[in-house]
Design a protein. Structure first.
Length: 338
């Protein structure tokens, strides 16, 4: 279930000067899974910090212009997740939306003070392939800057909204000082998921793009040659817990690591019920939402024998020679482990 070395060898890219290099995900027929295993078995816990009205499935009813009129509930639900992680002595990466960080700065600093990694989820939660080159760079830079101002620590990680990573995203990440991406999702039936070019095996048994950006793909199962969504989110709420745990163990046996993701709104059973969107969107958003926290508790208990770690802790100083003990210093190329 590991990635072939040349699975995403660079093909035809966008033309120079194209103002919309992110106009759509580059589709590939090959299926991807998580990357090569690191030492031991590791479960990477990641949280995409966005509020209930910022979810792509509810976008028709709640465009960006309406956000400031909505009830903010993300602080309470995120703190519940923090308390759960504390009880299990688990560390996580929180991919924080810049819009949220600008309004809930104390929440960001609390996450950081509790020992978790702060990473970027962009600023506006707009699908990356719908942004121009300039808009994309501004989105990535604005979110990175506000998070660094709040924590005093450089932000190395990024996850694209709805996993809509593109070649333009990877290029901008390298130019703006990011060190890794965790946006690759091999479930290609969802057309919002991007498949950027040029991903190759890197020293240290990781996966990287030509510009040095490391990739930590979301974990999926491959059954009968087909990628089955198993990384978390709505699928964590949909699959029965015992079946979900079985799939995670299968991924761990093959890859040695499992990348899990969730959202604070997924444990918020009291959030408003939106009726202005289609049935399938409502079903995916609210399915089993009242039991998610208990499911998470069982999940963390089931895999307590693994390293329950953040992306930063897992990568260590493999991220382009970065000395993590001095996070605001520039990367020292070649000084870290290879």
């Amino acid at each position: 279930m590991t990635l072939p070395r040349d699975l995403f060898a660079k093909g035809t890219g966008e033309g120079e000067g194209d103002e919309h290099p992110n106009r759509g995900p580059v589709q590939r027929t090959a299926k991807t899974t998580t990357g090569n295993a690191g030492p031991g078995e590791s479960v990477l816990i990641t949280v995409d910090v966005e509020d209930w009205f910022q979810v792509e499935n509810l976008r028709p009813a709640y465009p960006l212009e309406r956000w400031d009129s909505c009830e903010l509930r993300v602080e309470s639900s995120t703190k519940s997740l923090l308390d759960l992680l504390d009880r299990h002595r688990a560390k996580a990466t929180f991919f924080v939306l810049g819009w949220v960080a600008e309004r809930c700065g104390r929440l960001v600093t609390e996450i950081h003070k509790r020992g978790h990694e702060i990473a970027s989820h962009g600023w506006s939660h707009q699908l990356c392939f719908g942004l121009t080159t300039r808009e994309l760079r501004e989105d990535l830079l604005r979110s990175k800057s506000i998070l660094e101002d709040l924590t005093g620590q450089a932000v190395w990680g990024y996850r694209a909204p709805s996993f809509s990573v593109t070649d333009g995203v990877v290029e901008a990440l390298g130019e703006l000082g990011y060190r890794y991406d965790s946006s690759l999702n091999s479930f290609s039936i969802d057309k919002r998921h991007g498949q950027p070019n040029g991903l190759r095996a890197a020293p240290g048994r990781e996966w990287a793009f030509a510009n040095g950006i490391l990739e930590l793909p979301v974990s999926n199962l491959v059954i009968g040659g087909q990628s089955v969504p198993w990384g978390g989110g709505g699928y964590f709420r949909f699959w029965p817990s015992r079946l979900f745990h079985w799939g995670v163990k299968r991924i761990l046996r093959t890859d040695g690591r499992y990348v899990f993701y969730c959202h604070p709104w997924e444990i918020d059973a009291g959030q408003p019920r939106v009726k202005e969107v289609g049935f399938l969107h409502r079903y995916r958003h609210y399915k089993n939402i009242d039991g998610t926290l208990k499911r998470l508790d069982r999940f963390l208990t089931e895999f307590r024998h693994c390293g329950l770690v953040s992306c930063r802790d897992y990568l260590g100083d493999r991220a382009r020679g970065v000395d993590w003990s001095d996070p605001l210093s520039p990367a020292r190329e070649g000084s870290g482990k290879q």
